[in-house]
Each structure stands twice: as structure tokens, then as C-alpha cells.
Design a protein around this ligand. Sequence first.
Ligand code: NAP
Length: 330
Amino acid sequence: MAYLADKNRYEGMQYRRCGGSGLKLSAMSLGLWHGFGSENVYDNGKDMILAAFDSGITHFDLANNYGPVPGSAEETFGKVLKRELKAHRDEMVIATKAGYEMWPGPYGDGGSRKYLTASLDQSLKRMGLGYVDIFYHHRPDPETPPEETAETLAGFVAAGKALYVGISNYDGPGTKKMAGLLREKGVRCLIHQMRYSMLSRENEPVLSVLEEEKIGGIAFSPLAQGILTGKYRNGIPADSRAAGKSIFLSGKDITESVAKLTEELTKLAGERGQTLSQMALAWVLSRKAVTSVILGASRPEQIGENIRALAHLEFEQEELGRIEAILAGA
Ligand SMILES: NC(=O)c1ccc[n+]([C@@H]2O[C@H](COP(=O)([O-])OP(=O)(O)OC[C@H]3O[C@@H](n4cnc5c(N)ncnc54)[C@H](OP(=O)(O)O)[C@@H]3O)[C@@H](O)[C@H]2O)c1
């Protein structure tokens, strides 16, 4: 049966301005890092994308290397777009990235004009798009002059291949430098994508740079890859990411102190009328520099649960203090 988008999809979502730009992003975005590759079940990926769109998520986060196999998440997304969401392309903000190794040899990695140009062309082909809304340099490349990367990103905007550009995993000084170089070329650094959650605070210094530079912040792994759902409190569920679905999270990450901490945070979330995942997402969204959080999911119901975080985003000072005390005891 043909997909019909939910008529009420814009009612429950918040749309927040991305830094100093004209673009608003849904407070929650959907990331296609895990669960959408050719080794995953197509229908489940499709159902997650449609569940997200029906819930008011307009922003979809991809990268050249998402899969497995690398490139296949873009292909899945392109297929869903063509078959189900074609009529809604202009309601969507589609992002992709390049910066990690994508193909062998010296031109399949880094930040050179050669790599980024070929990669964006490949991404557009895989997704069946004429342009992406956001193109990111996925990580800094110490071997390429930042001027070359900035010039290439600005060139994508001039050529109409990307409407906006951003950076990911850059530190504070690197962010300032790239924002300045793009500005010189007449292009705004729209957005900065970084790991940020209650359990990953290393990028807090970058948040203040984003405020100064009027760059929107977007947080990846806001649930610490699932740890902040509390699902690992009593061991490792067989169908979870830590059970061998990913090389990025393993049983070794699920320590006793993590289990104890999620137990205590779950109790506090319950007092707020939330699940732990909802409180953890609300906490990230309460940071001033954060425009949106990128949800990962392995089934549509997780998206539904997580989106209900929007019903209670505010924190009392006392709650924030209790969260800090729990995290400090970890
Ligand atoms: N720029 C970068 O370098 C970079 C790096 C990493 C990620 N990202 C982006 O950020 C996105 C999100 O990252 P992430 O997947 O690590 O995010 P996350 O939200 O921290 O973790 C998502 C995982 O947690 C579990 N989960 C989520 N909600 C749940 C719920 N309500 N109940 C139970 N389990 C739940 C699911 O895993 P299981 O069910 O499989 O356990 C899900 O796949 C990625 O898709 C990607 O777009 C970017």
C-alpha cells in the first residue's frame, strides 16, 4: 500500500533555528549510522524512516561510509525516498558527510578537494539526489590545509550541490579556524556535529565556541549508543548494539559503575515522569548551543519512545545538581 504521511506530523515536534542561520531543524533528527545498511532488513529501515517522518522529524543524518557495507545506508535512504517520500523531498533536510576512509588509495580519505568532490558526487548518486541540504567534513584532516577543505565546501554551495555546509569532530580552535575560512569565502559554517551525552562531556569547550560563532550544535550518540536507555542494567540483551551488532560498543563498555549509574539516573527520570532515554535526550537538548539531537534506532518503537522526551525538556536546578552528583560518583 502506498505510504500516506501522517497529517498531524508537525504538531508534536519542535523546530529550532540552527545557529544564526535561516534554517530550522527538528529538535530530534534520525541518524542512519547503524541499522540501515545492506546487511540490515530493508523493511525495518524503511519503517524507521517513515516513523521518524510521521513524528515530525525532518532532518536525516547520513555519511558516505554508513552501512555496513559502506555506502549502503545512503542507498537504502535513496530507495525509501524514491519509493515512499518523493512528494516530501522539500520537507526534508538531508545531510551527508565525508572524511573517514571510504575507498582504497590516497584519494578515498581525508579533506582534500579530490576526495570530498568525488565522495559528494557518489553520495548524490546513491541517494538519487541533485543536492544535499547539508554537507559535512566528517573529521579534521591534519594533512590537508584547512584552506583547501574550506574552499571545497564553499565550492559545493556555489555549485548548488549542497545548500549548507558543516563540520564534525573538530575541536574548539579548529572550529573557529574553519568558521573564519568559510566566512572569508562568503559561506556560513551552519552546524557542528559532535559526540555529546551525559556520559561524553569532552566536547563542552566546543559548545561555547559554537555560541560565539553562531553555529548550530548537533549531538551524536546522545544515548551513549544505548547505555543511557538503561537497557544494560541487568546484562547485555541479545538484540542490543553491545551484543555484537557493532564494533563501536562491546560488553567491555558495560562496566559495573555504568550499570549502577544508569540505575540511579533511571530512578530520577521516573520522578520526572520520563524513561531514562527521554531524560538523557532532554538533558542534551537543554544545552543552549544544541539545536538537535541525532537519534539512532534499531526499531521504530524506540523512535516513538525517544520523541516523547519533548513533553518535558525543562530541568529544575535541583535535578541538574542531582544528575551531576550521580555522574560524578560513576
Ligand atoms: N559525526 C560522527 O562522527 C558521528 C559518529 C557517530 C554517530 N553519528 C550520528 O549520530 C547518530 C546517532 O548515534 P547513535 O546511534 O550512537 O545514537 P544513540 O542514540 O546514542 O544510540 C542509539 C542506539 O541506542 C539504542 N536505543 C535507542 N533508543 C532506545 C530506546 N528507547 N530503548 C532501547 N534502546 C534504544 C538502539 O540500539 P540497539 O537497540 O541496537 O541496542 C539505538 O540504535 C548516528 O546514526 C549518526 O547519524 C555521527
